[in-house]
Design a protein around this ligand. Structure first.
Ligand SMILES: C[S@@+](CC[C@H](N)C(=O)[O-])C[C@H]1O[C@@H](n2cnc3c(N)ncnc32)[C@H](O)[C@@H]1O
Length: 324
């Protein structure tokens, strides 16, 4: 069955090349040009598209991401289907993912696997922690749906932080998709200068309560100083036992993005790359040293692409606020 399905996939994929080209063009146009017109982040579209894909290919249930993607003016579900239909058909015939999206053996992840694998690591860590906290703060939330995906935790106070234009746009999309958001407190910030805890406290954040912070896919767009400052601020404004789940990226990944069309694409919406690590050797030590410099302690961490001779290209990490 698998061989037949692969042959059918190759045949269909060849037939579908013109449709895939059109699909990619529509998605790219909406992501870049419409996001630019609206003055909002286009990198957040890449994440919601990955979540849409995971849902459609049976890797992760997320009806809220599917609903939001279908109403966003800067996204195109039609474009995604035109691009991915042959792969989806193969998945439906065999029940197995193939090429993309996929969950590879740990350590062998390539750049194409990044959002899929990192989402799974974050999901697992959030599920381990959310029952233990009273507040859940998403830093740089973009179109993340996690504040809407845990209805069982009605005692938890949910906060989303992002730039004002992104939040305004997200709230319009939530409303158009019929997703209730009254339980979420939206706090507009700029990590590059704002005192995020002054704003959070103003919105009701209580520093004495154990808190889970999620900062996914954001540090690479900030400067090292801004990342360190935000972590020092978390250390000073969160109770012991609070957790930060975040990710950091390797120089090699950021350099690759900068050296080709990637930088121009990001510059188009003023989202240039910033902070990255030299993970080419002793990656674990480099990560630990940085976390220690923020007076927090490193806990579980998962490096992606670790089996490459160039070293891992990113890491998903759990960082703990400990009693001083
Ligand atoms: C790649 S998206 C990640 C979105 C989300 N964390 C997720 O996983 O779906 C990066 C997000 O960080 C936000 N961001 C980037 N720089 C920021 C800054 N200086 N202040 C506030 N938010 C920022 C962007 O607006 C965008 O929503």
């Amino acid at each position: 069955m698998s061989i037949l399905a692969t042959l059918l996939f190759i045949f269909l994929q060849i037939l579908f090349i013109p449709f895939a080209v059109i699909g990619i063009a529509i998605v790219a146009y909406k992501q870049l040009v419409i996001s630019k017109k609206l003055g909002i982040s286009q990198t957040a579209i890449e994440v919601i598209n990955a979540r849409w894909t995971m849902h459609v290919f049976g890797l992760r249930e997320d009806h809220n991401s599917v609903a939001i993607a279908s109403v966003l003016p800067n996204d195109s579900v039609v474009g995604l289907w035109l691009t991915l239909f042959p792969l989806w058909l193969r998945y439906r015939l065999t029940g197995k993912q193939f090429l993309y999206p996929r969950i590879p053996e740990p350590g062998t992840e390539n750049y194409g696997d990044m959002m899929i694998v990192r989402t799974q690591y974050f999901d697992k860590m959030i599920e381990d922690e959310i029952g233990e906290v009273e507040q859940f703060v998403i830093l740089g939330a973009g179109y993340d749906t996690r504040c809407f995906n845990y209805p069982d935790y009605s005692d938890v106070c949910f906060y989303e932080l992002d730039q004002p234009e992104v939040q305004k746009h997200k709230r319009e999309a939530l409303s158009a998709a019929g997703i209730a958001s009254d339980h979420v407190r939206f706090v507009s910030v700029d990590f590059a200068g704002d005192d995020i805890f002054e704003k959070l406290k103003h919105a009701g954040y209580d520093p004495s309560k154990k808190t889970l912070f999620l900062w996914e896919g954001v540090t690479l767009y900030l400067t090292e100083d801004a990342v360190r400052q935000a972590m020092l601020d978390i250390r000073s404004n969160a109770s012991p036992g609070s957790i930060l789940l975040t990710d950091f990226y390797a120089d090699r990944m950021v350099k690759m993005g900068k050296s080709n069309v990637g930088q121009k694409v990001l510059d188009y919406t003023n989202e240039g790359f910033g902070f990255s690590f030299d993970f080419s050797s002793h990656a674990q030590e480099a990560l630990k040293e940085f976390v220690n410099s923020t007076s927090m302690s490193l806990n579980d961490n998962y490096f992606l692409g670790q089996k490459s001779p160039k070293g891992p290209y990113m890491v998903v990490a759990k960082v703990c606020v400990t009693a001083s």
